[in-house]
Design a protein around this ligand. Structure first.
Ligand code: 5AD
Ligand code: FES
Length: 349
């Protein structure tokens, strides 16, 4: 009953485990189980998505943030963070360059910056959708009101990424100041789904105070929430945050979790994140080989890239968009996968 190999079989067949079973599977992690999970995850991903790896062009539109998350380099109370915002014209020019490079999804991501009002964003969304009707637009702009999410959806936004960060309320409170609430984060996620967005949630691996118990809660949350996407990557300390001296997360545990997530939801969109590539030069390849199927290279103007520093030593801050695209394409080829020119919607499963 508590044999981890049995739990992996059960997970593949039923796509569900009890929280204490997830916890056991995490605590039992060793090379044999890693290899088994990886093999099953790759088989499942192959059955749903073949060898295709979806790609999204990430445009980091603002490094201003009114929040103060303890882990994040662009938190309000970091006076050393360099702040910038892209103009609508600059964002549109990133899309133009991205479209020519084969991107069919643009992700507009930024800190919680009130400058990006509903008026500004709806007008920008309409222009992007008018210029590129074959593209999906994803927003990743944090917590907003339901009315705002509705207006942005009506203006053409297809998807919204809002990591839940941790499914454990007390752990959330350890990672965030008192003014941020876990209940509100969860409410936003529910609202986004009700409105009709393809929703992405996600969490950091190895964040301060996280144990197998919290991770088991994250897995159970994903299992019940059924997001379109789940972004996970190792926590990486940023030198100018309260967590500067905390240890970072591990690539191996992140990959183990990617494999489990693939078995929980075979059609789940799982990015091999930049944080993985930052901790390990082959991190993104390892993520794909563990069951991920998405990469999200940077399309931001090179002049601002270093300023969007959520954590230390972030990769791809000096490369042009075209370089990142061809670099990733080669990396995927080298492990037998293909970057595709496609919106990359989840397959119906
Ligand atoms: N290390 C790793 N990931 C981080 N994020 C923010 N700060 C860090 C960090 N120090 C992640 C959060 C956020 C996403 C945009 O980036 O999960 O939701
Ligand atoms: Fe940016 Fe490799 S993906 S340089």
């Amino acid at each position: 009953m508590s044999d981890p190999v049995f739990l992996i079989q059960k997970l593949e067949q039923t796509h569900s485990l009890r929280p204490e079973e997830y916890e056991l599977l995490l605590r039992a992690r060793n090379e044999t189980l890693t290899a088994l999970l990886q093999e099953r995850a790759v088989a499942v991903r192959k059955a749903v998505y073949g060898n295709a790896v979806f790609t999204r062009g990430l445009i980091e539109i603002s490094s201003f943030c009114k929040n103060n998350c303890l882990y994040c380099g662009i938190r309000r109370d970091n006076p050393k963070a360099e702040r910038y915002r892209l103009s609508p014209e600059e964002i549109l020019s990133c899309c133009r360059e991205g479209w020519a490079l084969g991107f069919r999804t643009f992700v507009l991501q930024g800190g919680e910056d009130p400058f990006f009002s509903d008026e500004l964003l709806t007008s920008l969304l309409r222009q992007i959708k008018q210029n590129y009707p074959d593209c999906a637009v994803t927003l990743s702009l944090g917590e907003r009101s339901r009315a705002s999410y509705e207006r942005l959806f009506e203006a053409g936004a297809d998807r919204y990424l809002l990591r839940h960060e941790t499914a454990c309320k007390s752990h959330y409170e350890r990672l965030h100041p008192a003014e941020l609430s876990w209940d509100h984060r969860m409410q936003c996620l529910r609202e986004l789904k009700e409105i009709g967005y393809q929703v992405g949630c996600g969490f950091m691996v190895g964040s301060p105070g996280q144990t197998e118990r919290e991770l088991a809660m994250d897995l159970k949350f994903v299992e019940s929430f059924r997001p379109a996407m789940c972004g996970i990557g190792p926590f990486i300390p940023h030198r100018d945050t309260p967590f500067a001296d905390c240890p970072g997360g591990s690539v191996a545990l992140s990959c183990y979790l990617l494999s489990i997530l693939r078995l929980i939801q075979p059609n789940l969109l799982l990015p091999a994140t930049t944080a993985l590539g930052t901790l390990d030069p082959l991190g993104r390849e390892k993520g794909i080989q563990a069951g991920a199927n998405v990469v999200m290279p940077n399309l931001s103007p090179v002049s601002v890239r270093k300023k969007y520093a959520l954590y230390d030593n972030k990769i791809c801050t000096g490369e042009e968009s075209a370089q990142c695209r061809s670099c990733l394409s080669q990396r995927m080829d080298s492990i037998g996968y293909q970057l595709v020119t496609d919106r990359g919607d989840p397959k119906v499963f």
